[in-house]
Design a protein around this ligand. Structure first.
Ligand code: FES
Length: 111
């Protein structure tokens, strides 16, 4: 039996499937996404803007070491996000490109 530190031992086990960097991973509903990253990633769970390895540290939303791309949203503090079935999680390596919200970018998107 696997004991999950980040989940109540009294909660009924509910298996869900999430994607981590394109791989299907079994998880428990409500488990934090950071816990899933720590459990499934060999080595760092991401890299900062200078390419230094990062991994969840505080597990309470303060350090920002756990940021990842969750369902297309970048820089999400994964320690604060409970896992849901079908969630798409990607490790974030370096700064995530911001969308071009200029008039030229809007014109490109509109064709
Ligand atoms: S682990 Fe510190 S903010 Fe998520």
């Amino acid at each position: 039996m696997t004991v999950n530190f980040f989940r109540s031992p009294f909660a009924p086990p509910t298996n869900i499937r999430v994607m981590v960097d394109g791989q299907t991973v079994l998880a428990l509903a409500g488990e934090s996404v950071a816990a899933i990253l720590l459990r499934t990633c060999d080595g760092p769970t991401g890299h900062d803007h200078a390419g230094r390895p990062r991994a969840p540290y505080c597990m309470m939303g303060i350090c920002f070491e756990c940021v990842a791309i969750v369902d297309g949203a970048a820089s999400v503090r994964t320690c604060l996000i409970p896992a849901r079935d079908g969630m798409n999680i990607q490790r974030q390596n370096g700064p995530y490109p911001l969308p071009d919200i200029s008039c030229q970018g809007q014109a490109k998107r509109n064709g």
